[in-house]
Write a protein that binds this ligand. Structure first.
Ligand SMILES: Cc1cc2nc3c(=O)[nH]c(=O)nc-3n(C[C@H](O)[C@H](O)[C@H](O)COP(=O)(O)OP(=O)(O)OC[C@H]3O[C@@H](n4cnc5c(N)ncnc54)[C@H](O)[C@@H]3O)c2cc1C
Length: 439
């Protein structure tokens, strides 16, 4: 069997690693920080709206492992909150070690504080054909400020480095480095490997000729909320606190990534979600103003540290790919998660990462690649997003099963359902039942 090298250990990279290692390949997952899950350490909302359907499709296709973990680590299930139904919230403070143990147990070689900084391509044959990667150049940086260079060879590669940061982008297109979970100052900047391989990055845009989008939520230390608010969060999983008129800022809605939360309720109220931390469903909120609201008098931010001023900037470096998740003009590099399109969410990252990992394994084994058919929401999302990208406003669009234009499309096409039996039947009818385990 071959060797699959995956750069980036967020949900997409983890999903790719599960597929590659289960297909029998030596699987190396390199992650620049000291933790897996990337933005998954500050998210937590699963199974809301169309994400329920997508999670069940993945389970029926044989990629249920990570959903089993997020379900098991959920402290609240089947919650309806404004604009969202049947959501579950996993505990962001507890999930990373669980996933880490699971991947290590499968035999994935986890390399932390190991940052991919360049690609090495095979010698050109002189013919007009896609390039092939031979290795990644990485910097190992566990020891203070010393970095050791290493070349990691592979038969196929997955890039799942996300689209957030680095600091220069947060400073240039946002409100400065807000000190988010990716901790670029300590672990170094994200690197776009597709760009290193010669493919120009696609950069998201937002109204007003601005680039990228603000992450859409920040987290408060739960213990700094009033007792009443904490009780509400524990009991219902969420709390809605009306904002005084002078603190309502509708403008912030269009800056954020998560269009599923760009609803008037999210500007007119403070919406808190219990994900282990208290998730405040707005990009940032001036601390002094926040403390003027009953229940928030002593509050402080836990993510990002500068949540009173700004948040991470995302969608700065998306790569072009085909329906197999293969990077444009590169035969053995596959893309997953936010790297593979303007996708928002853990479920979306697991969906795209699973396909990227499965196809990296197939490419290494010389087997035909697979794609997800449009009869399934997971397949339709991939082709719809790719098509939308070619339209004039393509760089302004974001796609999630949880809301916005893609959830509307799911409903219109009849793809959205919470009927598990029906979802399984659709997967079976599409010839995709347990496809990920047909090796
Ligand atoms: C504050 C916040 C809240 C969110 N809440 C939710 C939510 O509740 N529910 C939901 O579904 N979605 C949520 N999202 C969106 C969701 O987290 C992301 O869309 C998804 O997790 C992205 O996964 P990914 O694997 O593509 O990227 P990332 O999570 O960004 O992972 C990329 C990984 O690659 C690593 N990396 C980068 N460059 C390199 C390199 N050169 N070498 C090695 N490693 C590298 C990074 O350190 C990181 O670990 C939230 C996002 C944010 C920021």
């Amino acid at each position: 069997m071959g060797r699959i090298v995956i750069a980036g250990g967020g949900w997409a990279g983890c999903a790719a690693a599960v597929r590659a290692v289960k297909a029998g390949h030596e699987t190396v997952l390199i992650e620049k920080t000291d933790m897996l899950l990337g933005l998954g350490n500050v998210g937590g909302i699963m199974r809301n709206n169309g994400r329920f359907t997508a999670a069940e499709e993945n389970i029926a296709m044989g990629a249920g492992e990570l959903f089993e973990i997020t379900d098991r680590m959920s402290t609240h299930v089947n919650v309806d909150f404004p604009g969202h139904k049947h959501a579950s919230f996993y505990d962001v403070t507890m999930i990373e070690p669980e996933v880490r143990r699971y991947l290590a147990g499968l035999g994935v070689k986890l390399r932390f504080m190991c940052r991919a900084v360049d690609v090495i391509t095979e010698e050109s044959t002189g013919k007009e054909e896609p390039r092939k990667l031979k290795a990644l150049k990485v910097l190992n940086g566990a020891d203070g400020n010393k970095y050791e260079e290493e070349i990691i060879e592979g038969d196929a590669f997955v890039e799942a480095t996300g689209s957030a940061g680095p600091m220069g982008n947060c400073a240039g297109h946002g409100n400065g480095c807000a000190m988010c979970i990716l901790r670029c100052p300590a672990f170094g900047p994200r690197v776009s490997l597709t760009a290193k391989a010669g493919n120009p990055d696609l950069t998201g845009q937002r109204p007003g000729d601005l680039m990228g989008a603000f992450s859409g939520s920040c987290k408060l230390e739960k213990s700094t909320l009033s007792k009443t608010l904490r009780k509400k969060l524990k009991k219902y999983g969420f709390a809605v606190v009306p904002l005084p008129a002078d603190l309502v800022n509708r403008g912030k809605l269009s800056q954020k990534v998560c269009q599923q939360y760009a609803l008037p309720e999210f500007a007119e109220n403070i919406i808190l979600i219990d994900t282990g931390q208290a998730k405040l469903m707005t990009s940032y909120f001036n601390l002094e103003q926040l403390r003027s609201i009953e229940g928030f008098e002593n509050v402080r931010f836990s993510d990002p540290y500068a949540g009173g001023k700004g948040n991470s900037m995302r969608y700065m470096a998306v790569g072009e790919r085909d329906e197999f998740m293969r990077a444009k003009n590169i035969s053995n590099l596959f893309l997953g998660g936010e790297k593979s399109g303007f996708f928002v969410g853990h479920t979306e990252a697991i969906t795209t990462g699973s396909l990227a990992g499965a196809n990296a394994g197939r490419a290494a084994a010389g087997r035909p690649l697979i794609t997800l058919p449009p009869q399934l929401a997971c397949g339709d999302l991939l082709s719809y997003a790719a098509g939308r990208l070619r339209e004039p406003d393509g760089l302004f669009r974001r796609f999630t099963f949880a809301g916005g234009e893609y959830f509307e499309r799911m409903k219109k096409l009849g793809l959205y359902t919470t009927d598990r039996e029906l979802i399984r039947k659709r997967v079976e009818d599409a010839g995709m039942l347990d496809i990920y385990n047909h090796l």
